[in-house]
Design a protein around this ligand. Sequence first.
Ligand SMILES: Nc1ncnc2c1ncn2[C@@H]1O[C@H](COP(=O)(O)OP(=O)(O)OP(=O)(O)O)[C@@H](O)[C@H]1O
Length: 297
Amino acid sequence: MNTVEFHHVTKRRKGFSIEDLNITIPKGYITGFIGPNGSGKTTTIQMMMDILQIDEGDIKLFGTSHKDHTVKQRIGFVYDDLFMYEDFTIKNMKSFIAPLYKTWNEVLFQKYVEEFELPLRKKIKKLSKGMKMKTSLLFALSHEPEFIVMDEPTSGLDPIFRRELLDKLQEMMVRENQTIFLSSHITTDLDRIADHIIFIYQGKIMLQKAMDEIREQFYVIKGRSDIIDTDTRELFIGIQDSELGFTALFEGDPLLFEPFGNDIVIEKATLEDIMYFMTRKEKLNREASISEGTTVN
Ligand SMILES: Nc1ncnc2c1ncn2[C@@H]1O[C@H](COP(=O)(O)OP(=O)(O)OP(=O)(O)O)[C@@H](O)[C@H]1O
């Protein structure tokens, strides 16, 4: 069962487009959304939340159209831009937001205000970046949503609260069967808590897999450059050479490299390794096709 399904979604913006986007967010898991700056993460989230119109395709939330207003009740959306409410205090905002939700939980709201150490009577514009993010989180969690969507939730947070937040999300997912979708640049956060990963680059999905499969299938291989020939190099998704030797990303069974014995080192790849090598490969392909006079879409 999927909480979200994108079917052949296309969005064209000036100088950037997402073509034929097909992604699924499974129910009851944490899905991490990664990609370098400007890859289309916020655009995708805004399309899902119907803040941004799609040009083609369709998006289903809880099996219904994402344009259906009743589905919004079931989503907690966390983002760092509380633009509409800068002159409000948290207290003012609550009197405005709470009545919008049938499932508003005042006890939970008060509990989070204390836990997040938020000042109820200070104007939003006077709050720090991290406090604004916590405020967004406070409102999103207080109506007990079934699905939490977070756009870069950890970026403005100090490491202590970041860790507490990630632990809380994981606890909610396990205890209440929550579905959580979060975009992040901080791939180490997702290495820790994500069950599924969607990796987007230049509007294209590079990888969409369960974390268990990623852990089993992706490896970083290192060794002296002179021990591998061209055929072996072709096995890698990406490779980087330096005076110290080569470092490469490999997808598959690492037993293939057994004949090299101790001459090479095999480590499990992190999400950062995967993102780095896949992005690098794509860039090199693009450069090659530009110099050959062809274009890659
Ligand atoms: N309002 C807008 N109008 C036109 N193009 C936009 C607009 N907002 C973003 N873009 C473009 O869309 C592309 C994707 O941006 P988006 O914000 O979705 O990326 P992102 O992956 O969330 O990036 P980041 O990690 O830097 O936040 C970029 O090329 C950006 O310039």
